[in-house]
Write a protein that binds this ligand. Sequence first.
Ligand code: ARG
Ligand code: MN
Ligand code: MN
Length: 332
Amino acid sequence: MGNSTAPTDAQLMAERSKFLKNGTTVGVTCVPFSGGQPKGGVDDGPVEMIRFGILDQIQGMGYAVELSDNMEKYRSMRPANDPPVDNLKNPRYVDIATRRVAEQVQAHCKEGRIALTLGGDHSIAMGTLVGSSSVYGDDLCVIWIDAHADINTPSTTESGNLHGCPLSFVLGLSEPSEALSNAGLFDWIKPCVRKDRLVYIGLRDVDTGEKEILRKHGIKAFSMHDVDKHGIGKVVEMALDHVNKDRLLPVHMSFDVDALDPTVAPATGTPVRGGLTFREGHYICEAIAESGCLVALDLVEVNPTLGDPESLRQTVAVGCSLVRCSLGESLL
Ligand SMILES: NC(=[NH2+])NCCC[C@H](N)C(=O)O
Ligand SMILES: [Mn+2]
Ligand SMILES: [Mn+2]
């Protein structure tokens, strides 16, 4: 008693608000990019969310908004000739675009802004995680909300779509193949996220090769089965306990809208039945906001061209609302 070295509640509270205080500015990077998978339209995600008013909504919550420029640049980055390397599709396009994302996210994090990235397909997380981890280093915790594990390596991916692979790159799970290194692709991505600081929520469509990877590396995952079994409140608590026991470390949340049930977010490229309800998705975002640890947020895979106008409106609206909740909108 008295001379205990454990931090007091007041110290913990002060530490906890650290990131939020720094983050009174939200640094937004819009990435109209679809090269990580075959369906066009996901590149219209950011502009639809902006049209829906996401930037004004964030400002309305009292944040300053700093918008990275040149969002249209991403479309013009597509190389004229981009044949597959090792079965990976559009490898040069994904390489160059995600490299740009990394620079933009890094710049926001360096300034102490909350880095919000609007996608685009999930391959862009190669860039967002390189960017945030370049500033927060080993401390960075990654909470990946998704129906999919997105942890295929260039040798396990069956589809060759790089939106199914970003985590294997940032975790450094495979040596670059000869073909990739000869082409000089993705050599700028060094292992930058710790395996024990990654946790998933929402999984329900995981490839056989990915299951092996998760098992082999002891990566923690809460599937929809776990959500049903324990309830979302307990699952989020266990997920945070796993990566961030004292709630003192910076958190990067990467939210794939297909984690939600297709009845809640229909306009997305790889929908899977049996997903998170509207409230479960929002609960996760609220709990992360409440932790005060959020330093970076990706909202990806909104594809406004899939489905009817009502599916589009519904998906864009839910995407914007997840972003606002992650920034604390619904906390009292
Ligand atoms: N970000 C996503 N929606 N990823 C879906 C990935 C699906 C599949 N596992 C693949 O690697 O192709
Ligand atoms: Mn997904
Ligand atoms: Mn994903």
